[in-house]
Design a protein around this ligand. Structure first.
Ligand code: PEP
Length: 253
């Protein structure tokens, strides 16, 4: 059965001390409150990966990931970090194609396709983000638009590799805006994406792929969103910076 995953995206926030405090609180709550059936992934800025990994230790069910990786293997690419380097510091996941990277760093489907492959080649699990703008939602073309993001970046993967990918549906109009998609809107898109994956790879393969929802998920709306059959977890921005809120989302399952 596919995994239930709650992933935190710290974005460009928190100093070393703040990140260590947040990680310790999350790990302690996860253990003390006896959570075991939900996988937790913390995605801090790059320099935090090693200390976060050390604090997680061998806690089962809690992992660390990066927020991005290079499309290159190594070499003269100042400021870039390869999937190989990320993996060598103990990370297990990497977010790829977040809408902020697509918008501010002009990352397109073709580049993201390469990044997904680099992640997989280095044993990292890509959390592949997709989602539509408000304009596209209002035009009613959101479903083909998001399906195409999957087709263009992921559909040259083998059936074996696609099952290793986690998908995060994040409507851009809901990220950091306080405006959440309704649980029905999320379910509708997740169902459409799973059917799209099924048409290419078969129903059994599609059934194994975790599809997370992201966009202003908070403790007070998580229960409803996570109760939907095709919503397999969440990618959490703002609320992942507060240990109690983040763990309360984890416990909403
Ligand atoms: C995100 O950045 O992936 C995100 C979902 O942010 P927020 O939860 O703050 O909307």
């Amino acid at each position: 059965m596919r995994k239930k995953i709650i992933a935190g995206n710290w974005k460009m926030n928190l100093t070393l001390d703040e990140g260590q405090k947040l990680t310790s609180e999350i790990v302690n709550m996860y253990k003390d409150e006896k959570i075991s059936d939900v996988t937790v992934v913390l995605n801090p800025p790059f320099p935090h990966i090693f200390p976060v990994k050390k604090l997680i230790g061998d806690t089962p069910g809690v992992f660390v990931g990066a927020q991005n990786c290079s499309d290159k293997d190594s070499g003269a690419y100042t400021g870039e970090v390869s999937a190989n380097i990320i993996a060598s510091f103990g990370a297990e996941y990497v977010i790829i194609g977040h809408s902020e990277r697509r918008e501010y760093f002009k990352e397109d489907n073709e580049l993201l396709s390469v990044k997904v492959k680099k992640a997989l080649e280095n044993g990292l699990i890509p959390i592949f983000c997709c989602g539509e703008s408000l304009e596209i939602r209002e035009a009613g073309t959101h479903e083909p638009n998001v399906k195409f993001q999957l087709t263009d970046s992921l559909f040259d993967l083998s059936a074996e590799d696609i099952q290793k990918v986690v998908i995060a549906y994040e409507p851009i109009w809901a990220i950091g805006t306080g405006k959440t998609a309704t649980a029905d809107q999320a379910q509708e898109m997740h169902f459409a994406l799973r059917r799209h994956l099924g048409a290419k790879y078969g129903k059994d393969v599609a059934a194994e792929i975790s599809i997370l929802y992201g966009g202003s998920m908070k403790p007070d709306n998580a229960v409803e969103l996570l109760s939907k059959p095709d919503v397999d977890g969440g990618l959490i921005g703002g609320a992942s910076l507060k240990s109690r809120d983040f763990i309360d989302i984890v416990k909403s399952y």
